[in-house]
Ligand binder design. Structure first.
Ligand code: APR
Ligand code: PHB
Length: 401
C-alpha cells in the first residue's frame, strides 16, 4: 500500500463526516461505505505518521468478527496469533488463565493495532473512500442544527464539507469532544501514579502466551507482535525518562520482576522502539451532541492493562454504524437516540475491568505493605476460585456487544 497518498478530489457534501483516521474512524467509514452510506475521513496527520504509531495488540473476538465482516480481516486471519489463555505471575509463581475453557470456547487474537490500521486503510483505498490527510484546523460546525458541516484547511486551501452527521473519532486530544459546551458534558477521570515503559525488540518472545506480573518492584508484561517480534513493558514513574533506561537496565528490571523459571528464557536484543505511556481512566458523558457522535478514545480512555482501548473503539463503532444504517435504510431513529446510553453501558464495564486489573497488578507506593498483601490475597483467591477466573476471562475476551 502506498503510504503517502495524493489528496482525493474533495466532495462538497457527504453523509457522514468522520473526523479522525485511527481505528475508530477508519472502521466506521468502512462499515458505512459497505452499507452504501458515503463518508469522508479527515485526518490531521500524514498516513506515514498514523502508521508509525506503536499501540497494543490484543483483539477481542467481537473485534476480529467485525473486521472480517467489514472485509478487513484477511491478513489478520493469516498473520494473527490466536491465544487460548495467558499467565499471571506473582510471588515467583504463575497462574494460567485458560480463556477457551473458562468462556466456553472464546479466545483473543494477538495482532498489532498498527497492522489493523494498515488493513483498514487498504480496504478504504480499495473502496475509494476519500481520506484527507494533514487536514488542519478541522472544526465541526452547527452540529446542533439540521445542516452541520466541517471546516478544515489543507495545503490546497480552506474547505467546507457539508454533511448529515459528524463522527468524532479524533482521539483523546482531538477537537470534537472539546467543541461540546462544558455544561453539556460530564467527565470522569482517574490518573494513575505511574506509567508503562515499553520496548519493541526483534527477538522471539519469552514464551508464546502473555505474562502479566505483579511484583513488589512493580508490574511487568511480556507480550509480542509475532513469533519474531516481542513487546515488553515495566511499570515506571509517571515522570520517568527513557534516557534513564538503556536496554540493559530495562532487561535487568524486567527479569527481576518475573518468576526465575521464566526470566531465564528472555532473549535480549537492541530495542527498535522505546516509549513511556501515562495511565488514566477517563469517560465523557454523553457520547453525542446534536448530530455529532463520539467514538473511541475521543470519548473514553482505559489503562492498557486489560488491552481494552482498541476493542472499546470497535464496540462504539458497532453501535454507531448500526444506528446510522438504521437511520438511512429504515428511517429509524431509535438506535441513534440510544447510542450514547448503549455504548456507555459497555464502556463502563470495560472501564471497571481495566481499573480492577490495573489496581490488582501494579505497585501502588502509597498503599505500602498492606496494599501489597491485599494484592497477593487477590491472587490467592483468583488461584483458588474458578468463578473468579471465569469473571476475569469473560472480561478479557470481551463482554458481548
Ligand atoms: N482533526 C483530525 N484528526 C485528528 C484531530 C483533529 N483535530 N485530532 C486528532 N486526530 C486524529 C489523530 O491523529 C488520530 O489519528 O484522530 C485519530 C484518533 O485515533 P486514535 O487516537 O488511535 O483513537 P481511536 O481511533 O479512538 O482508537 C483508539 O487507539 O490510541 C489508541 O490506545 C488507543 O487502542 C486505542 C485506539
Ligand atoms: C501489547 O502487546 O502491547 C499489550 C498486550 C496486552 C496488554 C497491553 C498491551 O494488556
Amino acid at each position: 500500500m502506498s503510504a503517502s497518498v495524493p489528496q482525493p478530489n474533495l466532495p462538497a457534501r457527504t453523509r457522514v463526516a468522520v473526523i479522525g483516521g485511527g481505528p475508530a474512524g477508519l472502521l466506521l467509514a468502512l462499515i458505512l461505505t459497505r452499507a452504501g452510506i458515503e463518508c469522508v475521513v479527515l485526518e490531521r496527520r500524514s498516513r506515514d505518521y498514523v502508521l508509525s504509531r506503536i499501540r497494543a495488540g490484543v483483539l477481542e473476538q467481537g473485534t476480529t468478527d467485525l473486521l472480517r465482516m467489514a472485509g478487513a480481516g484477511a491478513r489478520m486471519d493469516r498473520e494473527g496469533l490466536v491465544h487460548d489463555g495467558f499467565d499471571i505471575a506473582w510471588r515467583g509463581d504463575k497462574l494460567h488463565i485458560d480463556l477457551r475453557s473458562l468462556t466456553g470456547g472464546k479466545t483473543v487474537t494477538v495482532y498489532g493495532q498498527t497492522e489493523v490500521t494498515h488493513d483498514l486503510y487498504d480496504a478504504l483505498d480499495e473502496a475509494g473512500v476519500p481520506i484527507v490527510h494533514e487536514a488542519e484546523n478541522v472544526a465541526p460546525q452547527d452540529v446542533t442544527g439540521d445542516a452541520p458541516f466541517v471546516s478544515f484547511d489543507t495545503a490546497a486551501g480552506s474547505h467546507r464539507l457539508d454533511c448529515d452527521f459528524v463522527a468524532g473519532c479524533d482521539g483523546f486530544h482531538g477537537v470534537c469532544r472539546q467543541t461540546i459546551p462544558a455544561d453539556k458534558l460530564e467527565t470522569f477521570e482517574r490518573v494513575y501514579p505511574f506509567g508503562w515503559l515499553g520496548i519493541l525488540v526483534r527477538k522471539p518472545p519469552i514464551q508464546e502466551e502473555l505474562i502479566y506480573a505483579n511484583h513488589a518492584r512493580g508490574f511487568a508484561l511480556c507480550s509480542l507482535r509475532s513469533p519474531q517480534l516481542s513487546r515488553y513493558y515495566i511499570q515506571c514513574r509517571a515522570d520517568d525518562d527513557i534516557a534513564n533506561w538503556p536496554d540493559a537496565r530495562f532487561y535487568d528490571e524486567l527479569q527481576a520482576r518475573l518468576p526465575p523459571a521464566v526470566a531465564g528464557h528472555l532473549q535480549r536484543g537492541e530495542s527498535i522502539e522505546k516509549s513511556i505511556a501515562p495511565l488514566r481512566s477517563f469517560v465523557a458523558e454523553p457520547m453525542h451532541y446534536g448530530r455529532m457522535f463520539l467514538a473511541g478514545d475521543a470519548a473514553h480512555i482505559v489503562p492498557p492493562t486489560g488491552a481494552k482501548g482498541l476493542n472499546l473503539a470497535v464496540s462504539d463503532v458497532h453501535y454507531l454504524s448500526t444506528a446510522l444504517i438504521a437511520h438511512y435504510n429504515d428511517h429509524d431513529e431509535t438506535l441513534l437516540d440510544a447510542y450514547s446510553e448503549t455504548a456507555l453501558a459497555r464502556v463502563w464495564k470495560a472501564e471497571r475491568f481495566s481499573w480492577w486489573f490495573t489496581s490488582m497488578i501494579h505497585r501502588f507506593e502509597d498503599d505500602g505493605s498492606f496494599g501489597q498483601r491485599i494484592q497477593e490475597a487477590e491472587f490467592d483467591f483468583l488461584a483458588s476460585s474458578t468463578a473468579a477466573q471465569t469473571a476475569l476471562a469473560e472480561n478479557y475476551v470481551g463482554l458481548p456487544f
